[in-house]
Design a protein around this ligand. Sequence first.
Ligand code: UD1
Length: 418
Amino acid sequence: MDQLLIKGPTKLEGEVRVSRAKNAYLPILAAVLLTDKPVHLKNLPALRDIRTMMKLLENLGVKIHRNGDVTTFDASNLSSHEATYELVKTMRASIFVLGPLLARLKKAKVSLPGGCAIGTRPIDIHLTNLEKLGAKITLESGYVDAQVDKFVPKRIALSFPSVGATENLMMASVFSDGETIIDNCALEPEVDDLANFLIAMGAKIEGVGTSSLRVTGVKEFKEAHYEAIGDRIEAATFIIGAAMTKSKISIRGFDPLHLRFVLTKLEEMGAQIERLDDGVIVSANGLIASDVDTAPFPGFPTDVQAQMMALMTQAEGSSVMNETIFENRFMHVPELKRLGADIKLKGHTAIVKGKTVLKGAPVMCTDLRASAALVLAALVAEGETVVDRIYHLDRGYEALETKLTALGANIRRVNVGS
Ligand code: UD1
């Protein structure tokens, strides 16, 4: 098992380029199942979740060929319609194959993703709306067993703008006979990116970027080339890192509009941010407290909540973090407290008192974004922090320690056996 050893406090300087977004590529990879034509995807990030999704595709019969920074997928001969528990248990995003398998093969058997560290995360919005569009679904022995004769084009409204449900329903509707309208859909940039990829393959989708997606069925797809958007969550992690270490760095490779709420909030707290076409330059000399509520896009992303709480420990005054998306997403709190953070929890709300001098200590990753928060806190903590169980971090941050080292951090990966 690998650990990160981080010596602080550190100042960062220079420029960092973020990878392509994992959360955009995961549904795009699932959408490959829709087509019998070749798909060429550029700059897939080297991440555990991406490898898991590719393994799942291979299990379903997809041939994958890598040539430099382009990976080509051939899903012309699918050999299975079943996503087994062995793969699904390690990654909830496996549920993305449900819509495409149904649209292409008219049947799908996908293991239920089950609980996960940050909450129960049900898939009822996916299933009830697939049923409304004509799928017959049974839940048996831990599997979603689904069949459909033909998806019926209809107007449906999601009870909550779920990212994954919007993506699954959009993929399910691409071949129906007519127009499917998905109201109250998610507005996250990764949803737009999936829509743009489907359009590149030949789908007809209107209303991209609005809360009403209109998908008109087409008969077939064509060969497609695509590169996903830059990772806004990785970008936010570096931006917060710069602000809390009072550094000046440039973060490139993403669209600052995808982080508009985060950037405005950081400016309110004292950071200086220059917006560029493909990134930002951020600096800070000190921070003041502020309150944050997580919310669906364009609000403050739940995936940046943990990192923001690490920053709040370095802001003068009392900050309040209110997590509204997931019910159990404060597992970084006890770990941040081990470093000396002053945080009180009350239900979905955390009160962070700053500014605190953090001191290096052994800490443990509990989920992906919680791990990023611990790395950020370790950058400002005095002495050495040992971050354990970093396989969580490897699910979603490509070469994080290499990128941070290039910015001047004192960070090292060590293997300590199993
Ligand atoms: C995606 C992101 C994840 C991010 C989340 C919210 C990917 C691979 N993951 O996850 O990083 O934190 O969006 O921005 O893109 N819900 C239900 N029933 C459902 C579906 C969702 O109750 O059928 C609830 C969830 O439990 C959660 C909330 O809705 O409380 C948001 O979930 P959702 O938007 O679906 O997130 P994911 O697609 O799982």
